[in-house]
Design a protein around this ligand. Structure first.
Ligand SMILES: C[S@@+](CC[C@H](N)C(=O)[O-])C[C@H]1O[C@@H](n2cnc3c(N)ncnc32)[C@H](O)[C@@H]1O
Length: 204
């Protein structure tokens, strides 16, 4: 990985994902978390202030050292213990059936082999464990989808991020059962980048 990916991009992500408009979505997505939690694509720890008191500990999976370092103040201020427990959602160094909940916020767009990462999440979740997620992806409208397909190659080069992933489809193909999925455009960004899916999926 070059300097841009290791040093610059995590700071861009920290600023972009730290937008005030994301806070209500983070609050909503974190609400149901409980017990031992695995968070993939932990980034700079922007979900940490929203972890509910029912969470006993968080295993943070994050490849970017700069992201992890930017998270340190939030981690230190948190009553929930957070440990960096891996670098790659595609290969979790964690035992089978060891987590009650999982969380992913704006990360499934980035992981290269997202199907493998979701299979890993299912492996480490206990039966009945829930994945709480908010992700941007393929828009519900065809006109926006066409623009997303045009923008995707540049977006991947600049931000390492896909625009056209079908979040519900990926989750169901990986064996999750969706029990809630709210699809909407978030405020403050063009629709191509703002087609969100927020919900809960169960690993049977
Ligand atoms: C758009 S950011 C979202 C960060 C954070 N979840 C948030 O809501 O602010 C995507 C994150 O996924 C991380 N990431 C990239 N590849 C990954 C992988 N293979 N496994 C786990 N995380 C990965 C990036 O380093 C980045 O922190």
């Amino acid at each position: 990985m070059g300097m841009y990916a290791t040093h610059v991009l995590p700071r861009i992500i920290n600023a972009a994902c730290g937008a005030k408009s994301a806070a209500p979505l983070r609050k909503r997505v974190c609400e149901g978390l409980h017990g031992d939690v695995v968070e993939i694509g932990f980034g700079s720890g922007l979900n940490v202030p929203f972890y509910p008191s029912e969470v006993t500990g968080v295993a943070a999976i994050e490849p970017a050292d700069v992201g992890w370092n930017l998270a340190q103040q939030r981690v230190a201020a948190s009553e929930v213990p957070v440990r960096r427990s891996g670098l790659d959602g595609q290969k979790l160094p964690l035992p089978d059936a060891s987590f009650d909940s999982a969380i992913s916020t704006w990360t499934l767009c980035t992981i290269p082999d997202v199907a493998v990462a979701l299979t890993e999440l299912r492996r480490v979740l206990k039966p009945g464990g829930r994945l709480y997620f908010v992700e941007h992806g393929l828009a519900p409208d065809e006109k926006v989808q066409r623009l997303q397909h045009r923008l995707e190659p540049l977006n991947k080069r600049l931000f390492g991020c896909h625009l056209t992933r079908d979040i519900v489809g990926l989750l169901t193909d990986s064996g999750f059962t969706i029990i809630e999925a709210d699809v909407f455009y978030s405020d403050g960004a063009p629709k191509s980048f703002a087609a969100e899916t927020l919900g809960v999926a169960v690993s049977p």
